[in-house]
Ligand binder design. Structure first.
Ligand SMILES: C[S@@+](CC[C@H](N)C(=O)[O-])C[C@H]1O[C@@H](n2cnc3c(N)ncnc32)[C@H](O)[C@@H]1O
Length: 272
C-alpha cells in the first residue's frame, strides 16, 4: 500500500469494504498491490489526498464508482471484443448447435451483456448455426451490470464507439436499433439470452454446458481465485464441451491435463 501508517491501512480497508458493499466488488479476489496502484491513480486524478478523502468522493459523486471500476478495467467490455477470437467461436457454435438436443452457451462473466448478445447475434446471423434449441446464459457477480445487460441499451461515448464494436456484423441494424448515439438490442436477440447473478469463485458450477466464454476476468485476479474460477467453468462443461478464455490469459498449470487445446493462440480448449 502507498501509505504505511496504520491509519492509512484502516482507511484503505474502509474504502475496500465500501466498494464490496455498494459495488459487489470482492476485493479479496484481487492482489492488494494491484488494487492500490489503480486506486491511487484515481486519487491523483481526482486530487484526493487520502483514502478517506477518496471514499467521500466515491460516496458523493455518482460517476466515481463507475470510473473507478473502469480504471480497474473490471467492467470494461465490448461487442465482439478481440474480433479474431470470434472466428473460432463461430466454428464452435456451428458444431455445438448441430445436434438434436438443447445447446447451452455460458458467458461468464458477462459484464453489461455485450458478450452474450454478440453470441446471440452471431448465431442469428450465421446460416450454419441453429438457434432452435440455443440458450445463452450471461452471469456476473455485479448486480448493476446485470441490470444494464437486461436493458440491452448501449451508448457511444467519447471513449467507446458502439457502431465500431458492431462492425463484424454485415448488417448490425437487423439486430440493434440505432437512435443517434443509442443502440438498443432487438427483442429477437434478447429472447435468446437470460441473465443471472453468479459468483464464479463462491457459487456452484452449472451443468452440461456446451461452450463457456470466460474472458477477461482471469487477468485481474490472484492465483488462488483463478484456480477456483477455472475449476467452476471446467466442471460446468459436458464432456467434449468448449472453453474460450481471453486472448491474453492462461490456464493454471494444474488445469491443463483436464483440457485439449483446440486453438492455442485464440485460447480455445475442449474438456478432455
Ligand atoms: C472485464 S469484464 C469481462 C466481460 C466480458 N467477458 C469481456 O471479456 O468483455 C470482468 C467482469 O467480471 C466480473 N466479476 C468479477 N469477479 C467475479 C466473480 N467472482 N464471479 C463472476 N463475475 C465476476 C466483473 O463484475 C466484471 O463485470
Amino acid at each position: 500500500m502507498s501509505s504505511n501508517s496504520a491509519d492509512g491501512d484502516d482507511a484503505f480497508e474502509r474504502l475496500l469494504a465500501h466498494l464490496e458493499r455498494q459495488l459487489d466488488f470482492e476485493s479479496s479476489y484481487y492482489n492488494e498491490s494491484y488494487l492500490d496502484r489503480r486506486i491511487s491513480a484515481r486519487m491523483r486524478r481526482r486530487d484526493a489526498d487520502s483514502y478517506d478523502a477518496y471514499l467521500d468522493l466515491v460516496r458523493s459523486d455518482p460517476e466515481e464508482p463507475t470510473a473507478l471500476l473502469d480504471s480497474l478495467s473490471i467492467n470494461v467490455t465490448s461487442f465482439y471484443r478481440n474480433p479474431e477470437a470470434w472466428e473460432p467461436i463461430r466454428e464452435v457454435l456451428r458444431e455445438v448447435t448441430s445436434g438434436r438436443g438443447r445447446t447451452t452457451v455460458w458467458s461468464a462473466p458477462c459484464s453489461d451483456g455485450r458478450e452474450p448478445y454478440s453470441v446471440a447475434m452471431l448465431a442469428l446471423d450465421d446460416d450454419e448455426v441453429s438457434t432452435r434449441s440455443l440458450n445463452i446464459l450471461g452471469t456476473d457477480i455485479n448486480a448493476d451490470v446485470l441490470e444494464r445487460a437486461r436493458e440491452g441499451v448501449y451508448h457511444t461515448t467519447k471513449t467507446r464507439d458502439v457502431a465500431e464494436e458492431l462492425e463484424p456484423l454485415d448488417d448490425a441494424a437487423a439486430y440493434v436499433e440505432r437512435d443517434g448515439d443509442q443502440f438498443a438490442v432487438r427483442d429477437e436477440v434478447k429472447d435468446l439470452v437470460t441473465f443471472e447473478q453468479h459468483d464464479l469463485i463462491a457459487d456452484e458450477p452449472k451443468r452440461n454446458v456446451d461452450l463457456v466464454l470466460c474472458r477477461n476476468l482471469l487477468i485481474y485476479i490472484n492465483a488462488e481465485s483463478k484456480r477456483a474460477v477455472v475449476d467452476t467453468v471446467l466442471s460446468s462443461l459436458r464432456d467434449g464441451g468448449y472453453l474460450v478464455i481471453g486472448m491474453t490469459e492462461t490456464l493454471p498449470r494444474e488445469s491443463r491435463p483436464q483440457v485439449e487445446t483446440v486453438d492455442k493462440r485464440r485460447r480455445v480448449y475442449q474438456r478432455a
